[in-house]
Ligand binder design. Structure first.
Ligand SMILES: [Zn+2]
Length: 224
């Protein structure tokens, strides 16, 4: 799985495509943000980081440490550009639309994604890309691009036949000294030992079986 350029440590994450005035399902709210990580310590034997007061629910089934987050959607201002860990994770696991939280669109060509256009990143992009933004439903994709013509230029619609949860996006701590604090944000695959030094805040999904599609054609087909 490959991170797209926009997920690198020195560049901002791509903004979430959304209809104007709509707060996407995965967006964090003021009462939920910022995330204050609890004190972190090193695990014995250089096996990565742990919370000082860690509970079993702090790790996922693969043993990866996750950011703790409060759940208060609708309270405070929307923090556009900041993603709520629990809702993003739920949307990825259940293939929910990142904007409305309903089921993402799926047809015989796969699940629908709106991706920031990085076709120059590698030949065949976005095949094998690690996506951290969940898919979308057709109505939300249509509202986003109809209301915002620039989205049509900056984003591409993609059908994905085989999306697969493959890793996490999160804050990487510096081995062997966890007390320096996080040094960068990275995408790490499950199975990469470096994931032990990461506090995950989003699930990453490897996109396989990708086909760029024309959203207007997709909408016309859905109307028939
Ligand atoms: Zn939607």
């Amino acid at each position: 799985m490959k991170p797209t350029a926009a997920q690198g440590p020195s560049t901002p994450r791509p903004s979430t495509p959304r209809p104007p005035g709509v707060v996407p399902y995965i967006t964090a709210w003021g009462a939920e943000w910022p995330l204050y990580p609890p004190p972190v310590t090193g695990r014995s034997g250089g096996r990565g980081i742990a919370y000082v007061d860690e509970h079993s629910i702090d790790r996922d089934e693969e043993g990866v440490l996750w950011a703790r987050a409060t759940y208060r959607p609708g309270q405070g201002r929307p923090e556009f550009g900041n993603v709520h860990p629990l809702r993003q994770r739920r949307a990825m696991q259940r293939m929910l639309c990142q904007v409305c939280g309903g089921p993402a669109d799926r047809n015989e060509r796969g699940v629908l994604w709106l991706l920031a256009d990085h076709r120059r990143d590698w030949p065949g992009w976005p095949e094998t890309m690690a996506a951290t933004h969940p898919p979308v439903c057709l109505p939300c994709a249509a509202d986003s691009t109809r209301a915002c013509p620039h989205l049509r230029r900056g984003f591409v619609a993609v059908r994905v036949r085989e999306p697969r949860i493959s890793g996490v996006y999160g804050a990487r701590y510096y081995p062997p000294n966890p007390f320096i604090g996080p040094v960068e944000h990275v995408v790490k695959a499950y199975g990469d030992l470096g994931i032990r030094w990461v506090i995950a805040s989003q699930l990453a999904m490897e996109l396989r079986g990708c086909a760029l599609v024309d959203l207007a054609t997709e909408l016309a087909a859905a109307d028939r």
